[in-house]
Design a protein around this ligand. Structure first.
Ligand code: ZN
Length: 267
């Protein structure tokens, strides 16, 4: 029986593969956040005359709805681009790894299949990701606006707070060395796509008749989450199985530092 050959990825490897795309995506997402903030402030003006009155949660939701709608196409475009590039680069990286071990013709065939589906995959996943990101923004706004109304802050102060918040989404807090939400979203989405590319490539190799296994590698320090540690403890598993957390591959959450390792051998 042939030995497995093990392949790693590292954060810096991913960034090398995609640095310029990631910079463009982060800039675009930052601009989208700023555009959303401007639209939210415009919607909020409708409530100017009744600012001291109570406002229903449904009305607060409406304040963000216009921003969500008007930025949807642009946001989905940015994330589709990120996921398509990430999947292809991740698949390419694994294809190169696999070629060190197995016949390159089979690897090329597998990569072509991933490549053909990347556009469709990215379109589907982008819509879901935009929904999740907007959901988190809506929650933040709900809290800000509801608290503002309760505490009776002025309309002007509320506008300023909202403008500042969306600016932070774009730029972070440089003086406090806090990275922006645009940065976190970009890194999370590219990592997810890149590892998805590894997974899709590994799955195609299984369809080509190889045995491919994966392993959840944490950074093995004392801030690793319980869920990630449990995934690592599970050991090597077949590529099409799920880790105990229910994930097909890392990252498990924004900021998760884990990697999925692979090994392949002839059946
Ligand atoms: Zn993790």
């Amino acid at each position: 029986m042939l030995e497995y050959v093990l392949f790693l990825i590292r954060e810096d490897q991913m960034e090398d593969d995609m640095r310029s795309s990631m910079i463009r995506t982060q800039s675009e997402i930052g601009k989208i956040f700023i555009a959303q903030g401007t639209l939210v402030i415009a919607s909020l003006r409708a409530f100017r005359n009744r600012f001291a009155e109570s406002i229903s949660p449904g009305e607060v939701d409406l304040i963000f709805s216009a921003a969500e709608r008007e930025t949807a196409e642009r946001f989905e475009g940015a994330l589709k681009d990120a996921h398509e590039k990430g999947v292809l680069k991740g698949a390419q990286r694994r294809a190169n790894n696999f070629k060190a071990t197995v016949a390159s013709g089979k690897v090329d065939m597998a990569f072509n299949l991933v490549n053909q589906r990347a556009d469709k995959y990215a379109t589907k996943v982008a819509a879901a990701k935009v929904t999740a990101i907007n959901e988190s923004t809506r929650k933040t706004l709900n809290e800000m606006i509801t608290r503002g109304f309760r505490e009776g802050v002025s309309h002007t102060a509320m506008e300023r707070a909202i403008r500042n918040r969306f600016h932070e989404f774009q730029a972070g807090k440089p003086q406090k060395h806090i990275k922006s939400r645009a940065h976190l979203v970009t890194v999370t989405e590219y990592r997810d796509a890149y590892e998805e590319g590894h997974h899709q490539m590994a799955q195609e190799m299984m369809h080509e008749g190889f045995i491919v296994e994966k392993y959840w590698q944490t950074s093995e320090d004392d801030v690793v989450s319980d869920g990630c540690a449990e995934n690592q403890d599970y050991g090597w598993i077949k590529e099409d199985d799920l880790f105990p957390s229910g994930n097909q591959h890392s990252p498990r959450f924004p900021g998760c530092r884990c990697n999925t390792l692979h090994r392949i051998r002839e059946a």
